[in-house]
Design a protein around this ligand. Structure first.
Ligand code: ADP
Ligand code: MG
Length: 697
């Protein structure tokens, strides 16, 4: 193989030394087709083999590297279980190696007298040192440099690939050759940019991420490559934000008569966080650029009334407002709230749901089209084709994480003025907010209304339930209400549904025969669901047994007890959201977490909830424990595939990347400067279509 000029990183992989058509095919299974793909196939981790140990110097529980030979090896198969056991020795002594996974493959590929470099944690077995599942590399005496005496990359390889003859050792050799052959790799960040950011060059990073002489170099490489991934995502947001700033629309006038009327009719004072948010939103609406803002607020911080007051301003400007909620239940609740405030002012509100049919639906659609309805609340039904607005001026999306970006866009397209206001259910960690909604402005409602009662949060076990039921009875006798939640991972999981239904029957017969118990789950039809909700709000139901359909939004100030079964099955943010269903009125409330799981991990996790009610803190913990998937649906969280970035730990890098991306777009929005030439190229090739992918359905 000749030396590769860097523009030839696109050449097919099979022309590399040591590859050939057969291996090229195997590599294709890893999506590696070109030299560039290969360089971007990053190791899963590294093993520091700069130090090797002799067997006589091993100590228990330490991670070690040993070079030695297999003295004997046996593949053992008993019933369905199989394993490989080997006696392994260097010039100072011998030890045992064991493999339980992929035993057959390992049994075939390792032979007596093979020279191996192994890595793993030392345990003992029958008074002898042992390593179970060591990482290993077969060595030839003359190729020790690629595989030992260095910081060794460990690549993510599946068993299937091992079968077609690719193991970590082969791949390492292929990549080592490739790195040797490839010329200086072009960097899309100029030296000046890199210096200002304290980053190493792309060339250095792509070489050192694979083979490096010291851990500092490796860390610089990792930081640079993580930065790149975040940078282009942020560039996407910076570009979008710029587009919005550059597009103009009719500004609303600051007409505040209706808004003030509603404010004066409230039985409470707005918090200063609520007032700030309202002011920020009014500013947005009254400029000549579309609004793209998100309200991030804790559970019970009062986001709905903010939406309501803002709607008043839009309606007074003679525009319509659409409010979209993820479920019929929530849409109904918002509708009732808005109707309460607006009907008395002779402003027409409508609700549109997927379940509506025939004449009812026709009439609603007519009212929306003619402009007779000023405020339209609804579910997904809102953005269907047959819905046309007369002059939609603001779209509000409640619990926005439940909707895909494309659904939001569809609704926006129906607008005269594309103003968008999103509201979150629970706080989202900041790193996630700027990674998934990085083009939005954020209004924080980080303050609960004054005089909110305490919510005492406790942990119990199933055996404590009878006592808890008595406690609930006592509260009901005082006129309060309770919610009992059973987990339902997916609405299609019959067994969970059965659990809720059976528990409901049992509770009704055994413990609460003299009380009114209601049942809510995903399979109940909308009409009945709605009726149950109304009965609960009216106090006709004492205890609401439910799956997680109550998770979002239900607002009953008289509910004071939330009992959650199998609490260990929920994410912290979800539990926090559930807890937020109580403590909404004046009365002291209780959140009882029932779990029979005694593992330290789940106990520590639940302890966090008993200690704090700050949703922002809880969200950060949840991110650390359960990862980003907890906060967004698959639809949203799946759209960025990272090779090396990690949203849990990259906070500082993400913020740097964001700052830099916005700076660049601020100075050169079309990326026309020569300094930004290569950035533009890579951005257009690899990233621009990401948004197309998620906005075009
Ligand atoms: P969330 O932010 O969780 O959506 P809601 O908008 O449902 O919260 O508000 C929760 C409850 O708090 C509602 O009953 C609402 O009327 C009430 N509320 C809102 N703002 C205030 C306030 N400033 N003071 C007292 N109660 C308020
Ligand atoms: Mg809400």
């Amino acid at each position: 193989m000749e030396v590769l000029p860097s523009e030839k990183v696109k050449i097919p992989i099979q022309f590399l030394k040591g590859v050939g058509p057969k291996r090229a095919k195997a590599l294709e299974l890893l999506n590696i087709q070109t030299v560039e793909d290969l360089l971007y196939y990053f190791p899963r981790r590294h093993v520091d083999r700069t130090i090797t140990h002799t067997i006589d110097s091993l100590t228990l529980d330490h991670e070690v590297n040993v070079i030695g030979r297999i003295k004997s090896i046996r593949y053992v198969k008993r019933f369905k279980k199989s394993y490989v056991i080997a006696n392994f020795a260097d010039h100072t002594g011998s030890m045992t190696l064991m493999w339980f996974n992929a035993a057959e493959y390992i049994g075939q590929s390792l032979k007596e007298n093979d020279l191996l470099a192994i890595h793993g944690k030392v345990t003992s077995y029958q008074n002898k040192f042992q390593i179970v599942h060591p990482e290993y590399d077969k060595l030839n005496a003359n190729e020790i440099t690629v595989n030992t005496g260095l910081i060794i990359p460990i690549y993510p390889l599946t068993e299937d690939l091992k079968k077609v003859g690719l193991d970590s050792r082969n791949l390492r050799k292929i990549i080592a050759n490739c790195i040797k052959d490839v010329e200086q790799i072009d960097d899309f960040l100029t030296q000046e940019y890199r210096d200002s950011l304290g980053l190493c060059s792309l060339d250095f990073a792509l070489r050192n991420i694979h083979f490096t002489k010291n851990l500092d170099h490796l860390n610089s490489a990792i930081t640079r490559l993580k930065f790149d991934e975040h940078f282009f995502i942020q560039l996407l947001f910076a570009t979008r934000k710029k587009q919005i700033q550059n597009s103009t629309c009719l500004p609303l006038e600051k007409k505040l008569t209706i808004l003030n009327k509603i404010t004066n009719s409230l039985t409470f004072e707005l918090t200063s966080a609520q007032r700030n948010s309202i002011n920020e939103i009014i500013e947005d609406l009254c400029t000549s650029h579309p609004m793209n803002r998100m309200i991030q607020g804790d559970v019970g911080s009062g986001k709905t009334i903010v939406a309501c007051l803002i709607s008043a301003l839009v309606v007074e400007n003679d525009y319509q407002v659409a409010i979209m909620a993820p479920t019929d239940l929530l849409a109904n609740q918002i509708f009732r709230n808005f109707e309460k405030y607006f009907s008395s002012l002779k402003i027409n509100c409508s609700i549109i749901l997927g379940s509506q049919k025939g004449q009812t639906k026709k009439e609603i659609l007519k009212k929306i089209a003619s402009g007779e309805s000023s405020i339209i609340v609804g579910t997904h039904a809102l953005f269907q084709k047959n819905v046309t607005f007369k002059n939609l001026g603001l779209t509000i999306i409640d619990e926005q994480h439940r909707f895909g970006v494309n659904q939001r866009e569809k609704l926006i397209k129906k607008s005269k003025i594309p103003n968008l206001l999103s509201m979150t259910a629970t706080p989202i960690p900041r790193t996630l907010a700027i990674t998934y909604n990085g083009d939005m402005d954020i209004s924080l409602i980080d303050e609960l209304p004054k005089n909110r009662p305490d919510i005492f949060t406790t942990k119990i076990q199933t055996t404590d339930l009878p006592v808890t039921y008595d406690f609930i009875k006592g509260k009901i006798k005082k006129g309060e209400q309770a919610i009992i939640v059973y987990p339902l991972i997916e609405e299609t999981e019959k067994s969970d549904l059965k659990a809720a239904t059976e528990s409901y029957e049992k509770l009704k017969k055994q413990f609460f025969s003299n009380y009114n118990v209601g049942l809510l789950h995903g399979k109940i039809n909308n009409e009945d669901k709605n009726q149950t909700m109304l009965d609960f709000l009216d106090g006709k139901i004492d205890i609401l047994v439910s799956t997680t359909v109550v998770e979002v939004g239900i607002d009953n100030p008289n509910a004071t007890i939330m009992l959650i079964n199998n609490a260990e099955r929920f994410g912290l943010s979800q539990l926090h959201q559930l807890r937020g269903r109580v403590g909404r009125g004046k009365k002291e409330s209780h959140c009882i977490l029932c779990s029979d799981s005694f593992s330290d991990k789940s106990n520590n996790r639940l302890d966090i909830l008993t200690k704090t009610r700050n949703g922002f803190l809880i969200a950060d913990e949840d991110l650390k424990i359960r990862g980003p998937g907890e906060f967004f649906g698959e639809k949203q969280s799946g759209f960025i595939k990272y090779r090396i970035a990690d949203l849990v730990t990259d906070g500082p890098i993400i913020r740097e990347a964001r700052k830099f991306a916005f700076q660049i777009i601020d100075n050169d929005s079309k990326l026309l400067s020569p300094d930004n030439n290569l950035i533009k190229k890579k951005f257009e090739k690899d990233y621009l279509n990401l948004f197309l992918k998620i906005t075009v359905n």
